[in-house]
Design a protein around this ligand. Structure first.
Ligand code: KIV
Length: 272
């Protein structure tokens, strides 16, 4: 009997919804090139994000603000070539969604030129119409709430968001409005665990966290942080998995296993 190669089933937005429904955690990591994309895909990472964090970890910039559409397109294309199973999200860089027309053109480039499965934008309830338009055009959206690195100057630094009642209520409302507008995924960055839990319980769509405690539906980290090779400050919410193992493959697999087993993030990676 000839053995057929096992068919890999691609992760879709439906898969992520089903994972939320059955309580299976979603493991997400960033990638910026084809070799790491292949490695992550084989290690069982469910979602690969080409984040504009590439400005900091690839380009040596001190923020994500200068990252351009053409740079995102370049990295999106090469990462896409490495993925068979994982869902691919591309970050809309600063100002690429300044108007609905710009956002439609740029998100369309990600879908057509890079084979993106979803675009991520740093959002709020103000972007309701934009998310409705992208949804109407068949472009899945991940809305990034909490600490929004592209707004670092307006926020006055990289700080935990949603600590007081007014900003917590605003974030709950932003999440509700963007879900109603058609967002398929929420991402919460640097949010107290109790608020992230509330948003996750309120949402019918999956919620991925980074520095948002372990009760979100999944976790995301910057790849180079978990490999211990990011220069400069490593955030409290991250973990260097190379300290436990002897290969990059094992480190990524360990991260996936810990996310699935709800062992990561631990209390030390969490904000209250
Ligand atoms: O740009 C990025 O890598 C991100 C993650 C930190 C969530 O947005």
């Amino acid at each position: 009997m000839s053995s057929q190669p096992e068919k890999i089933s691609k992760v879709t937005i439906n898969t992520l919804g089903e994972m939320k429904a059955r309580g299976e955690k979603i493991a997400c990591l960033t990638a910026y090139d084809v070799s790491f994309a292949q490695l992550l895909d084989k290690a069982g990472v469910d979602v690969v994000l080409v984040g504009d964090s590439l400005g900091m970890v690839i380009q040596g910039l001190d923020s994500t603000i200068p990252v351009t559409m053409d740079e995102m397109i370049y990295h999106g294309k090469v990462v896409s070539r490495g993925l068979e199973r994982a869902l691919l999200i591309l970050d809309m860089p600063f100002m690429s969604d300044a108007s609905t027309q710009q956002a439609v053109e740029n998100a369309g480039r990600f879908m057509k030129q890079c084979g993106a499965n979803m675009v991520k934008l740093e959002g709020s309830a103000d972007q309701r119409e934009l998310v409705e338009t992208l949804t109407r055009l068949g472009i899945p959206v991940c809305a990034h709430l909490g600490l929004q690195p592209q707004r670092v100057h307006k926020l006055g630094g990289y700080k935990v968001q949603g600590r007081d009642a007014a900003s917590a209520d605003k974030m709950l409302n932003d999440a509700r409005v963007l879900e109603q507008a058609g967002a398929d995924l929420l991402l919460l960055e640097c949010v107290p665990a109790s608020l992230a839990k509330k948003i996750t319980e309120q949402a019918n769509i999956p919620v991925i966290g980074i520095g948002a405690g372990r009760q979100t539906d999944g976790q995301v980290l910057v790849l180079y942080d978990i490999l211990g090779i990011s220069a400069g400050h490593v955030p409290k919410f991250s973990k260097n998995y190379m300290q436990q193992v002897s290969s990059i493959q094992q480190a990524v697999k360990q991260y996936v296993d810990e996310v699935k087993a709800v062992k990561f993030p631990a209390d030390e990676h969490t904000f209250n």
